[in-house]
Design a protein around this ligand. Structure first.
Ligand SMILES: [Zn+2]
Length: 138
């Protein structure tokens, strides 16, 4: 297997893959929770990490009209999570382009806890750059 990167998110609530616990999105990136996926309720997200989209795009006709989409997969366990909107045929649906649908059924909400203990990886990197030694817990 090639190189693999994982991003660990920190926020009020982190959405993680239900089958493997991979971090996918933070609550702040959710634009709407009123979407419907293949399995019921779904979230429209501005930004998703640790996921990839299918190589082939396809047109799907939905309640809100025709869209070109790509399936969205978990980068760790390859579970289908939802899809990405590539193109919206209806002018009123253009805001969805480049955004992601994550099926509620495929994720769970992980409320952030232990904020002072488990620092997100990105903060640790910044401390290294500024030559400051992180305070350990002993
Ligand atoms: Zn997964």
């Amino acid at each position: 297997m090639g190189r693999s990167y994982r991003t660990y998110l920190a926020g009020e609530t982190v959405y993680v893959c239900r089958s493997c616990g991979n971090h996918l999105a933070v609550q702040e990136s959710v634009m709407s929770k009123n979407f419907t996926g293949q399995h019921g309720r779904a979230y429209l997200c501005r930004h998703v990490v640790n996921a990839y989209t299918s190589a082939e795009a396809e047109d799907r006709t939905m309640r809100t009209g025709k869209h070109t989409v790509r399936d969205l997969f978990c980068r760790v366990c390859h579970q289908v999570l939802g899809w990405k909107y590539e193109f919206a045929y209806e002018p009123t649906e253009k805001y969805k382009e480049g955004k992601f649908i994550i099926e509620r059924e495929m994720i769970y909400e992980c409320p952030e806890r232990k904020r002072n203990v488990d620092k997100p990886v990105i903060e640790v990197i910044q401390e290294v750059i500024t030559s400051q030694v992180p305070v350990g817990r002993g």
